[in-house]
Design a protein. Structure first.
Length: 113
């Protein structure tokens, strides 16, 4: 079973940017739809973005225009570029291989001045 490891989280000021990475243990993710989800304190985990193996992309309405999902199949890595971050983007961000139903352990993003 593939393993996913997220990185790139941290503390950033409102309006700032971060790039999250999701590194997979093997290349099977190139055949899967990869997604990013997030969970804020006291809330349910929610969908952020997804990218299919054919390149179809979907975003949650709350992040559309600010976040960009991409993948580098040669590096077995999926990215989430986050721009113009807002305090409400504060959450633990998780990578998921959707059809394989495999989750990473998450990386924390805090947006605060």
């Amino acid at each position: 079973q593939v393993q996913l490891v997220e990185s790139g989280g941290g503390l950033v000021q409102p309006g700032g940017s971060l790039m999250l990475s999701c590194a997979a243990s093997d290349g099977s993710i190139r055949f899967d739809t990869m997604g990013w989800f997030r969970q804020s304190l006291g809330k349910q985990r929610e969908f952020v973005a997804s990218l299919s193996s054919s390149g179809s992309i979907n975003y949650a309405g709350s992040v559309s225009g600010r976040l960009t999902i991409s993948r580098d199949n040669a590096k077995n890595t999926v990215y989430l570029q986050m721009n113009n971050l807002k305090p409400e983007d504060t959450a633990d961000y998780y990578c998921r291989a959707i059809f394989s139903n495999v989750w990473g352990r998450g990386t924390q993003v805090t947006v605060s001045s």
